[in-house]
Design a protein around this ligand. Structure first.
Ligand code: AMP
Length: 280
């Protein structure tokens, strides 16, 4: 069975041994409760590196005070089976105390963390940047894999890596969806059967937005308006945001020219879901 490592010292020993043998190392940071979306990142990492570390850590510092830290689903045994079948070498599954031993240091990225999800989750990206920096320093991977599902996170991590000169290649991976279009997410487990149906309004509205742009709509405001109206047809949905921004700078877009990120966050009941598409 794949080793599930709890301490920083132990994971460093694995990596040191691989490095000594001249092997390359890939890292897939996750919060666990793994699904096909995570697996697509692990598969790619396994293809591109000699050894792959999957971190499986529900990072408390990226949750706000009234968010779902306690409720967040966890199943390390199932995760281990998925990682093993995908060909990962080891899982890093520390406890919060192992990661945050009276820490006083945080890493934060300005400006691009204040828009989109940053508006409703003002402390989220500092938590993400801090834990990702720590994972980078602990594992020292050649490459790290992130999903476009969290498009803003990917953008923020790329900026952090550039600004702080981390010698790590950041690999972005496409969104994996359920057959009916819902983007896979560990948080989908919160949805009742009725909410699960309602949640399709995210992917449906984005499909509509994409079609409008393909059909020649060049006004970002018109696309946002159509996407929002489509979501608002669903009685169980409450829009957090519908945005169209430059995919690199996250600055508000007026036109729909590439690189464009159209992103939504929607509450379905109490569950906050996100989805997006990018025009490259
Ligand atoms: P999480 O465990 O939710 O923090 O996600 C860990 C990584 O998996 C992040 O880089 C996510 O963007 C990525 N991820 C989550 N869901 C999907 C998905 N449906 N498709 C592709 N990547 C995903």
């Amino acid at each position: 069975m794949i080793p599930v490592v709890k301490t920083i010292d132990e994971i460093r020993k694995y990596v040191k041994e691989w490095r000594g043998a001249g092997m390359s190392v890939g890292l897939v940071p996750t919060m666990g409760y793994l699904h096909e979306g995570h697996k697509s990142l692990i598969d790619r990492a396994v293809r591109e590196n000699d050894r792959v570390v999957v971190s499986d850590f529900v990072n408390p510092t990226q949750f706000g005070p009234n968010e779902d830290l306690e409720a967040y689903p966890r199943d390390i045994e199932r995760d281990a089976a998925l990682c093993e079948s995908a060909g990962a070498a080891v899982i890093f599954n520390p406890e919060p105390d192992e990661m945050y031993d009276n820490a006083l240091t945080t890493v934060s990225v300005d400006k691009i963390t204040k828009v989109l999800c940053g508006k409703t989750r003002p402390t989220h990206f500092a938590g993400v940047c801090t834990v990702v920096s720590k994972l980078f320093n602990i594992v020292k991977p050649d490459r790290a894999y992130f999903g476009q599902k969290d498009a803003q996170q990917l953008c923020v991590v790329r900026k952090m890596v550039k600004d702080l000169n981390f010698d790590i290649e950041i690999v972005g991976c496409p969104i994996v969806r359920e057959e009916d279009g819902l983007a896979k997410s560990s948080r989908n487990t919160y949805l009742s059967a009725e909410e699960r149906k309602a949640a399709l309004c995210l992917s449906r509205s984005l499909k509509l937005g994409r079609e409008l742009i393909a059909g020649g709509q060049d006004s970002a405001a018109a696309v946002k308006d159509a996407v929002r109206k489509e979501i608002e047809k669903e009685p169980l949905a409450r829009v957090d945001y519908v945005e169209a921004v430059n995919a690199d700078t996250l600055e508000e877009a007026e036109k729909t020219d590439a690189p464009l990120l159209v992103a939504v966050a929607v509450y379905i009941g109490k569950t906050r879901l996100i989805d997006n598409f990018i025009i490259e």
